[in-house]
Write a protein that binds this ligand. Sequence first.
Ligand SMILES: [Zn+2]
Length: 422
Amino acid sequence: MNYNISVRCDTCESQTNCRLGMSDRRVQPIRFRCMSCGAPIDITMTPDFENIGIDIQTSGATRIEAGKFERGVNFVDLHLDFPVSFGEYVMGLTPFMSSLMRIGHNAMQKHAMRVNYLNDVYDHAQEIKELFTLYSNKKQAIFKEKVLNFLGSNMACDTQLDQNRALYFAIEKAFLPFSEPKRNVDAVELFNRELMDLECSNKDALVAFIDEVVSNGFLENVQADCLEIYPRIIDIELMLRPALFLDFDHSYNGYQVPYRVSAHEFLDAKDLYKDIAEIVSRALILVAGINNLKKRRSHDVFLKSPGVPQHLNAFANFPLGRKLNFIDDSWYTFEGNILDNQLRNSVAHYKAEYNKVTQEIVYYPKREGMKQEQSEHMFFLDFSRRILLAFRELHRLNHLAKCLFVYYYLRIEGEEGTPSDI
Ligand SMILES: [Zn+2]
């Protein structure tokens, strides 16, 4: 279902014709910029309970009579669930139809299932966010009540190990549309297999490694940092819908064709990207420790080379780019360009500019002197895709932290577990 409306910008009085594609979300806030003056225009669509009528509110612009959409008048296609092109109005070529043509029926159904699931996540957003707060603040009794209610389960939830397991079940349930479920299982299998191999071949060294990262609080901090990201992902689920679509769009070649994201803007997400990249960079310490254990039987021993850190603690202080140099032939592969130091640095250090009308990001990886030269470009859609991929990487590494904790509780502390723990 699509609605054609026209609005007049409150700032410059220019007219914009809008084709609004309907999602199934209970409330559909859309944001774009006036092409003539750059002022923000917000449109909120609220379908009525039987989904036959719709309430459309505008802010930043005033609704006017919509005639035939003429060429030469500002035009925007808008849809929360898909990337939409910036081109001229073509009757019938709606965002839904163009998307269908790009990925086909089967993939379209899968995408629809995920965004429908996100509609449920949106409805339960407060409940899900509360779980993280309660867990982090160690409010064990209320956490137990709320998490079991959310999971619809009566699983054991009293010990630290039980609560940890319940939390990760809740994460899997709440973040299903964002993750690649098969990949997470693969990652957990890999982590557990590596730990079991190390236990067989060199248990004392493995225990020394885990003891160190538990006793100095590092593992708990990494896990706590990861857990802080999840509620922030819920806050930008609208931005990530078009990025999720790209999982199915094999014709998409990043950075080539501009597509519009119909909600949120660069500024809403750049800190999140920077923070995820930072946490992933810290979690590299765990990857490096295990790499050293596998290759040299001690987490502290790096491959001999110039400037090599003397132990894992020294490695922790290295910047990201240098860290990577000292993980030789890594057992773990990072995905999604998350270790793209140039984008991360540019975003972190205000060396990125954003054109709100075209949604183009220009960033300067190498600032030399006063003049910013050597720019790189990407569209906001690409950036939101980077956030999605970075989040998936963080999610996998969060599972690594979890597996190390489970190993610690079960094999070092000797807690009783249930069969699903390991
Ligand atoms: Zn305007």
